[in-house]
Write a protein that binds this ligand. Structure first.
Ligand code: OOG
Ligand code: NI
Length: 453
């Protein structure tokens, strides 16, 4: 009898839903955010039928209500490599390399996510995954202690390890096994309030960097936020404030524009959670703040040329007056600087600043093969084709640093004397990370090829 495997897309959808249910129980703020975002999205779409049509045309409409990203932080190469194998079962590959050390956060990261148009349309669930860089702990004794603690823990259940191996061996998982794997995987990402280290050790790790304590002190890489996608982050921000939620002062990323680009995010104050630290006579009680709420708005994926312009303008806005991204006038500065970034779809496309998905219109579908063989620009000019923005599926290191900092207590951190170390990261991961630009370029090319077919 042949076996029927569940597709990796289906397993990812099950997993995303299970994580969402779990996080809703752990962090009630998350449930409130999801509800608020759904309301803002419904209002935005009702007020903008063209956006609704565009999203439907690009298979983005149905996925919107499910769309989330999560974030986790791990401590060793083995943990990272096993996560890669777990996420592979769910059709998620490591995309991009992010060096956060320049922003004073002792980690480097990648995003596990689906990469094909069909998989993204089905469920774009992504997990921003950071690896602690132990070599950035200055105190040699503390570094050795952290390393030893990490060596002794196993963040995966036996069942999860066995099912990952089974999937690799058989080429898939049947439905019951897929459900079991999802349940086993949740154990890795769940909050465990019983610390693995004494309060004194936690404090020493915390003094070195709050993030080090977060990674090293616990049984596993608790998911630290799960972020829904809003179609209007400014409206969502206003609504949050109206409901008395404590939002970060600054929205990370580009300013509000007619054509949203990349990613805009804002996060909400982390929770203070009860922790039981092992002690000689039983346990000692304390608290830990790691988990927070976040929402984001996604826009056009930029080409390397567009991204270079974005980075240049962002630096310009941040550097003006040496104020960084704090300061009351930051939003105004950002808006002024970004006047240099074209803000209509046609110019963005013709100047090669973003990636687009081309599709025939109704007239185009009725046109002759000879007509359809015209260059894309001519097809668009004569109304036979449209070019829609391809949505950015990745992250932004400067924004990520801002998010890390805000939930690490607000103060800007000083940069580490480290530089990026992609080779070390890939060695730990046991694979190369994919180049995000190559993925967007492929999506664009596929849509162009389909025009003439
Ligand atoms: C990850 C921060 C990065 C984002 O949305 O840029 C991130 C973390 O705090 O672990 O999630
Ligand atoms: Ni995030």
């Amino acid at each position: 009898m042949s076996r029927v495997f569940l597709s990796s897309d289906e397993i990812r959808s099950l997993f995303a839903q299970a994580m969402s249910d779990m996080y809703r129980n752990e962090v009630p703020l998350y449930g409130a955010l999801v509800e608020l975002v759904a309301k803002v999205n419904a209002e935005t779409l009702a007020a903008n039928p063209a956006l609704d049509e565009q999203m439907t045309r690009n298979d983005e409409r149905a996925r919107l209500d499910q769309e989330r990203h999560g974030a986790i932080r791990v401590g060793s190469a083995d943990e990272l490599a096993t996560l890669r194998r777990l996420f592979a079962v769910m059709g998620m590959s490591p995309v991009g390399y992010y060096d956060l050390s320049v922003a004073g956060v002792p980690v480097h990261s990648t995003a596990f996510r689906p990469t094909t148009a069909a998989a993204l349309a089905r469920n774009p669930f992504r997990v921003f995954t950071s690896l602690l860089r132990l070599e950035l702990i200055e105190d040699a004794g503390l570094r050795a202690q952290a390393e030893e603690i990490l060596e002794q823990r196993d963040i995966f259940t036996e069942g999860a390890r066995a099912l990952i191996a089974q999937c690799e061996r058989d080429g898939g998982l049947e439905e019951a096994d897929a459900h079991r794997l999802v349940a086993e995987a949740l154990e890795t990402f769940r909050w465990h309030g019983d610390a693995k280290v004494s309060h004194a050790t936690y404090q020493a790790l915390h003094d070195a960097h709050r993030l080090i304590a977060d990674v090293v002190s616990f049984r596993g890489p608790h998911i630290n936020h799960l972020t829904p996608r809003t179609l209007d982050i400014d409206a969502a921000q206003v609504e949050m404030q109206r409901r008395g939620m404590e939002a970060k002062a600054v929205i990370e990323g580009p300013p509000r524009r007619a054509v949203p680009i990349l990613l805009r995010q804002t996060s909400f104050k982390a929770l203070e959670e009860a922790v039981a630290f092992p002690a000689n006579a039983g346990e000692e009680h304390g608290t830990h703040t790691a988990r927070f709420g976040e929402i984001e708005q996604r826009g056009l994926a930029l080409t390397p040329k567009g991204r270079a312009l974005y980075d240049q303008l962002l630096n310009q806005a941040r550097d003006a007056g040496g104020a960084g991204s704090t300061g009351a006038d930051y939003a105004a500065r950002l808006a002024t600087v970004f006047e240099q970034f074209p803000d209509d779809l046609d110019t963005l496309r013709r100047e090669g600043l973003g990636y687009f998905r081309y599709a025939l219109t109704r007239e185009g579908l009725a046109a002759s093969a000879a007509e359809r063989a015209l260059p894309a620009d001519a097809l668009i000019a004569s109304g036979l084709a449209v070019a829609d923005p391809i949505v950015y599926e990745d992250f932004l290191p400067v924004s990520a640093a801002g998010i890390f900092q805000s939930n690490l207590g607000g103060a800007e951190q000083h940069a580490y004397e480290a530089h990026e170390s992609r080779t070390d990261f890939e060695a730990a991961l046991g694979a190369k990370v994919m180049d995000e630009f190559g993925i967007y370029a492929q999506l664009e090319r596929d849509s162009l090829d389909a025009l003439s077919r």
